[in-house]
Design a protein around this ligand. Structure first.
Ligand code: NAP
Length: 457
């Protein structure tokens, strides 16, 4: 697949872009290098002002509509969700514009020196390899802290969202960031290696699949360059007897199907205790049956197309294989043919045994896996029986149970009586095969800085 916009609703090719040549990449890195030489000396207040202006652009009603439409055109998310995504990008810009001076302030530490402290300095050019599922949010949550810290960014965005990549570069440029501080490189995945190996590139962050993360980390490791990896997830959603069933069902549907199910932190495994399963499951199935599939540009659409034909094929294959291994289909399980694009019906599977391949897989689309368990201990064991460890949501009003879940769930985040979501104020990231490092919060801005120790006598 080349670098191109293909409308996933109609399968029409809208625009293609030739990948940059090796010389093009060199000249972009030259520009980035010379931009860093001066940008690193800009003040935090200048950077804050530029980031605030970027937020203003994202909040401008006409521009935000334009950006949301572009996302929906390129990867098919329902337009209302795209509009919300643009607003969330403005939020992360304002958050770091306001908080970075605090996060990056020198920290005095008493030692045998007259004065000793820690200061935070930028590293240089940081490469961001980003996925298509949140084509604006993933980029802004990298760019806002990285640029505030004084780094410069180069973006290799997913090949199916090139116009989003270019739009983000323009937003930051028009907000006032100097030329070269943030550039989109329209390159293929195979061209990433040369960028990582370039001596001027100091570190890399990747959000995407395990194979992509492993490949990037291996190359970066060979060059002794730091990486942050935000990879897949198969988050559990545990419902215990004391849960508010109606609220848990409504949240479960949203947590599974936001972005047509294509979210790393979507709830993917629904672990329900027997005592409440007969109340929860019929309502969960009924809510799936009630959703509107259709053109994602229309505001009443709940479920749009999957982003690419390959994702649709993989999901369909996963469900079929699961059924041949004994899973029961509670609803869905088919393509939806109301429009020509990559549509798949919201689907629920149950009776999934550990020897079923889907038990350990991530389903990147509108497919929920349901497990009935006798008690809390079994729920936690099942939740942790996964190669992933990104987020977990659990529903109970019993504080002892809440404590046990918080303590024992193997995940980068635990949300009690709420769905897992990202928030600029809270660190975001996983453990196990979901990756390492953190984005957002104070932890996110400290990933790509030189934490310099200073000792003076
Ligand atoms: P993907 O294929 O890994 O693509 C992500 C990015 O990596 C794209 O820019 C892609 O470029 C690039 N890429 C692919 N192979 C590469 C390689 N060998 N070397 C360097 N770059 C490479 O991921 P996806 O399947 O599109 O996205 C879905 C996955 O991302 C899911 O597993 C999901 O859970 C995960 N995800 C994680 C988070 C998180 O924060 N943890 C957030 C969102 C998504 P091309 O498009 O050119 O191939």
């Amino acid at each position: 697949m080349g670098i191109m916009t293909v409308n996933p609703t109609t399968l029409e090719t809208i625009k293609s872009f030739p990948p940059l040549t090796a010389e093009d990449i060199q000249s972009k890195l030259n520009v980035a290098e010379s931009a860093f030489a001066t940008y690193r000396h800009t003040s935090l207040s200048e950077r804050s002002q530029w980031l605030m202006r970027a937020a203003n652009r994202l909040e401008d009603p006409a521009l935000s509509q334009q950006y949301a439409t572009l996302m929906t055109l390129e990867m098919g998310k329902p337009i209302q969700e795209a509009l919300a995504e643009v607003q969330k990008c403005a939020w992360v810009c304002r958050y770091y514009a306001e908080q970075a001076p605090l996060f990056l302030a020198n920290q005095s530490i008493e030692t045998d020196a007259q004065r000793s402290w820690v200061c935070y300095q930028p590293l240089g050019i940081i490469l961001a390899v980003m996925p298509w599922n949140f084509p604006f949010w993933q980029v802004f949550r990298f760019a806002a802290p990285a640029l505030m810290a004084g780094n410069v960014g180069v973006l290799k965005h997913a090949s199916n969202v090139p116009q989003c990549a270019l739009a983000i570069e323009t937003i930051l440029l028009e907000a006032g960031f100097p030329q070269g501080v943030f550039q989109s490189l329209l390159i293929s995945a195979q061209q990433v290696e040369a960028v990582v190996k370039d001596r001027r590139v100091q570190a890399a962050t990747l959000t995407g699949s395990e194979p992509a993360g492993a490949s990037l980390a291996a190359i970066a490791g060979s060059q002794i360059k730091k990486t942050v990896l935000e990879l897949g997830g198969s988050d559990p959603f545990i419902v215990l007897e004391s849960a508010d069933v109606d609220l848990a069902v409504a949240t479960a549907v949203k947590a599974r199907l936001l972005n047509t199910g294509q979210s790393c932190i979507a709830a993917k495994r629904f672990v329900i205790v027997d005592a409440i399963a007969d109340q929860f499951l019929p309502k969960f199935i009924a809510a799936f049956a009630d959703l509107t599939l259709g053109n994602p540009m229309e505001t009443q659409t709940d479920i749009g197309p999957l982003a690419t034909p390959a994702i649709l094929e993989e999901l369909e294959q996963q469900v079929q294989t699961a059924i041949t291994h004994g899973a029961q289909l509670l609803i869905g399980g088919q393509r939806w043919s109301g429009l020509p694009g990559n549509f798949y019906q919201p689907t629920i599977l149950s009776d999934i045994t550990p020897d079923n391949p889907i038990y350990h897989q991530e389903c990147f689309g509108p497919v929920a896996l349901v497990f009935r368990v006798p008690d809390l201990a079994t729920a936690i064991t099942l939740a942790n029986d996964s190669p992933f460890g990104l987020g977990a949501s659990a529903w109970t009003t019993v504080s002892q149970e809440q404590d046990q879940l918080i303590q024992e769930l193997e995940a980068g985040a635990v949300f009690i009586n709420g769905m897992v979501k990202s928030d600029p104020r809270l660190p975001f990231g996983g453990i196990k095969r979901s990756g390492y490092g953190r984005e957002l919060g104070i932890q996110g801005i400290h990933e790509f800085v030189n934490i310099k120790t200073v000792w003076v006598k």
